[in-house]
Design a protein around this ligand. Structure first.
Ligand code: F6R
Length: 269
């Protein structure tokens, strides 16, 4: 059988891709997304915000892809922050991706942190994802505490889109965007871990030494809600794109490098 033409989704489980730089790791992530969009022009993408995917969005913009039939769902949003606030994830996405591509505005979904009825909004968000047939590929960053989306440690591994309270660590980590920790909202809407696990593919990016411990726990530690990203070990198609500093606590880094260097051509990105 020619694996390259097979309609079978090859379950590679968690694939760890370690590159010398964040730029090189992002190149691979961008190629994976570009390949999806070229093969499935009406793909449904799950998107993340924060510092990690910025380079990815710049690369995708430069690739001049056709986004006209693509649908997107963002992972999370701060509650109570006006949509126009420069640090709202709504502003982030328009500034860093949407205004540069030919996506249809009504295909864009970002949680509404000012919804009058947040539980009802969250249920509708889940329904909207289901209505378009689910997420083909979910882009993820990771918090220094192992959160994905804003599913903080001890989040239910089966959770759905809902309100969450940020930990002190995450508010401290995100104070760099707001100028002071005091201004970082306490509450967010986030897709749940159960929601993320239903994406057909997850693409986790992590760069820099401050992500090393969370990545090592997520990839090589036990599956535990203390490190929510560790649940990805149970997902059938996950790619983890790392720079060397983010990979520096991995016990089996040499093995992952060897596996990646010896992938058959049909599996290369
Ligand atoms: C953002 C999100 C978060 C971030 C994480 C890392 O939409 O879902 O999980 O990915 O907090 O943030 P950065 O990339 O700023 O280190």
């Amino acid at each position: 059988m020619s694996a390259g033409n097979s309609p079978i989704v090859w379950n590679e489980l968690m694939e760890i891709i370690i590159q010398p730089t964040a730029d090189a790791a992002t190149d691979i992530a961008a190629r994976i997304i570009a390949r999806l969009l070229r093969g499935k022009p009406d793909a449904v993408l799950g998107l993340a915000t924060g510092s990690t995917p910025l380079r990815l969005y710049r690369k995708l913009i430069a690739m001049d892809l056709d986004w006209s039939r693509v649908t997107t769902f963002n992972l999370d949003e701060y509650i109570g922050l006006p949509r126009e606030h420069p640090q709202s994830y709504h502003s982030f996405m328009w500034e860093n991706l949407f205004r540069h591509i030919n996506i249809a505005a009504d295909h864009i979904h970002i949680p509404d942190g000012n919804a009058a009825d947040i539980p009802d909004f969250c249920a509708c968000y889940e329904q909207q994802i289901a209505n378009v047939g689910g997420i083909d590929l979910q882009v993820l960053g990771i918090g220094t505490d192992g959160h994905i989306g804003f599913n903080e440690p001890t989040s239910s591994l089966a959770s759905r889109t809902r309100i969450k309270t940020l930990t002190g660590q995450t508010r401290l980590d995100n104070a760099r965007f707001f100028g002071s920790e005091r201004d970082v909202p306490h509450h967010v809407i986030t897709m749940g871990i159960g929601t993320i696990m239903e994406a057909r593919q997850n693409l986790l990016l992590a760069f820099g030494p401050n992500k090393a411990r969370a990545i090592a726990e997520a990839v090589e530690g036990p599956i535990t809600s203390i490190n929510p990203a560790s649940i990805l070990q149970m997902h059938p198609v996950v790619k983890v794109c790392l720079d060397e500093p983010a990979a520096s606590d991995l016990q089996r880094a040499d093995y992952y490098r060897w596996v990646y260097a010896h992938k058959p051509d049909w599996q290369a990105y």
